[in-house]
Design a protein around this ligand. Structure first.
Ligand code: GLC
Length: 490
């Protein structure tokens, strides 16, 4: 969100996003997921909200929001907002009122205790409990101490947060990404978890009551028709744990992020097991999975693969050929690496600035950013990897993303086809997609050297990660670190 600047102050804003809508539509995406743009002291890049029903003044106002929404819709895309439901900023008026005294009417809107238990926070080292000297109790924060957790067992909190959802749904937005969705309800008995040995409680918190809270949110969203989305961030490791947040009859989240590829190292066995596990936990139970290679919390794909652009491009071919909804993090489509951020310019105490570097729009420095101030430096090779440069070259990473996304639109088998024959053999990942007799094969070679594949006679290359041979018969061999989508000619 803060990647798109319109007023030249070096900070991205809503009007800046509006200026790039043609670029995003041409990329071929269906929806834009905006990170938080609400008023915030920015202790956690806007994930510390101090007013849920407004736009941060440095990013625009409600008029610029409404304009952006209508322009997104005008281009046939959807707009999804980030709903930071687990916690507010400690500067939110609700928390300021809550911490006034033990008898504050909003005391129970947050989680206060006389004694801390052994839960550890995420993002910041140490206890998930912060001592508040003025009111003489500890409050709970799953993340930074400046992000006190809301008490979703309090019906006034539920009503207030549903009201926030309705505020944006009434304006016409297409859905929400519920931040840290599995964290919402806490163990009522606040039992110690010594077995976690320092693992943050946010990584394992899994309470039945959260499902009830999500059903409530789903009802709010469904009240606006069947085409509004409730997506959630559930960052568990096990696929079936993530799938449980869709509800027993699909009455909770419509979709949850699946971070298995984001966490997988560059190894065909890891990719194959991640894909199989998701297929079993989701598709086999009639659920629709998602796929993610990068986001604002993790090093960019290419940086995770030792800077290899070839590997990042092959991983993109794999992800975009899988069954499910893929999410692309801004700049992933350009093959960007993380920026190297000197200590003096770091903003995020958790070290996530490198992946949040600005998108280079134009070739020449400052790459379309007119402002004097860039919070974070540009990624390496910004001239070569700029939108301007890549737009002119069909062989670019941007060209590759555009071709695959266009193919997903035109080929039903790529969107809806059954996933089958997932396996890895001698450093090569293979899988197939099948719909009504139409068969595709996807082959990704994780070795440095060329390899033979089981596919040869009768197969044609539709997409190649390096662009070579597209449209031609497949020779049966695949170049080192390349990936292809093949179509059976019958
Ligand atoms: C989510 C966000 C992350 C944020 C955290 C706390 O995991 O993706 O950026 O720091 O929630 O709000």
């Amino acid at each position: 969100m803060r990647q798109y600047d319109s007023d030249g102050n070096g900070i991205g804003d809503l009007n800046g996003v509006g200026r790039q809508l043609d670029y995003l539509a041409e990329l071929g995406i269906d929806a834009i997921l905006l990170s938080p743009f609400y008023p915030s002291p920015l202790a956690d890049e806007g994930y510390d909200v101090s007013d849920y029903k407004a736009v941060a003044p440095e990013l625009g106002d409600i008029i610029s929001f409404d304009r952006l929404l209508s322009e997104v819709h005008h281009r046939g895309m959807r707009l999804i907002l980030d709903f930071v439901a687990n916690h507010t900023s400690d500067q939110h008026p609700w928390f300021e009122e809550s911490r006034q005294s033990r008898s504050s009417p909003k005391r129970d809107w947050y989680i206060w205790r006389d004694e801390p238990n052994d839960w550890q926070a995420a993002l910041s080292a140490g206890s998930a409990w912060q001592w508040d000297a003025a009111s003489g109790q500890y409050y709970l924060h799953f993340f930074f101490p400046s992000q006190p957790d809301l008490n979703w067992r309090n019906s006034d909190v539920v009503a207030a947060m549903h009201d926030v959802m309705r505020f944006w749904l009434d304006r016409g937005i297409d859905g929400f990404r519920v931040d840290a969705a599995h964290c919402l309800a806490k163990d009522v008995e606040f039992r110690d978890r010594p077995e976690l040995q320092g693992v943050p409680i946010a990584a394992v918190n899994d309470q039945e009551y959260t499902h009830y809270v999500l059903r409530g949110m789903r009802d709010v969203v469904s009240g606006y028709g069947s085409d509004r989305l409730l997506l959630g961030e559930v960052f568990f490791n096990r696929a079936e744990d993530v799938a449980s947040y869709y509800g027993q009859q699909g009455e909770e989240l419509h979709l949850a992020f699946n971070f298995s590829l984001l966490r997988a190292e560059w190894a065909p066995t890891r990719f194959a097991s991640a894909i199989t596990e998701i297929d079993l936990a989701f598709s086999a139970r009639g659920l629709w999975p998602t796929w993610v290679l990068s986001n604002h919390d993790r090093p960019r794909t290419r940086s995770r693969y030792d800077g290899s652009l070839q590997r990042a491009r092959s991983a993109a071919v794999v992800m975009l050929a899988l069954r499910g909804t893929p999410f692309i993090y801004q700049g992933e489509e350009l093959g960007l690496e993380d920026a190297v951020v000197p200590q003096a310019l770091r903003v995020d105490p958790h070290g996530r600035d490198g992946q949040r570097s600005p998108v280079p729009w134009t070739r020449e420095y400052p790459h379309g950013w007119r402002g004097k101030r860039h919070c974070i430096p540009f990624p390496p090779d910004s001239e070569l990897l700029s939108v301007e440069k890549e737009s002119m070259s069909p062989g670019s990473t941007l060209g590759l993303y555009r071709r695959i996304l266009a193919l997903r639109r035109s080929l039903d088998v790529l969107r809806q086809g059954h996933l089958q024959a997932v396996r890895s053999m001698q450093g090569v990942l293979l899988f197939e997609r099948l719909l009504e007799g139409k068969l595709l094969a996807v082959v990704a070679n994780f070795n440095n050297l060329e390899c033979h594949t089981p596919y040869s006679e009768g197969w044609r290359v539709v997409i190649a990660s390096d662009g070579v041979g597209e449209g031609a018969p497949f020779p049966g061999r695949i170049r080192g670190e390349a990936a292809v989508i093949l179509e059976h000619e019958s």
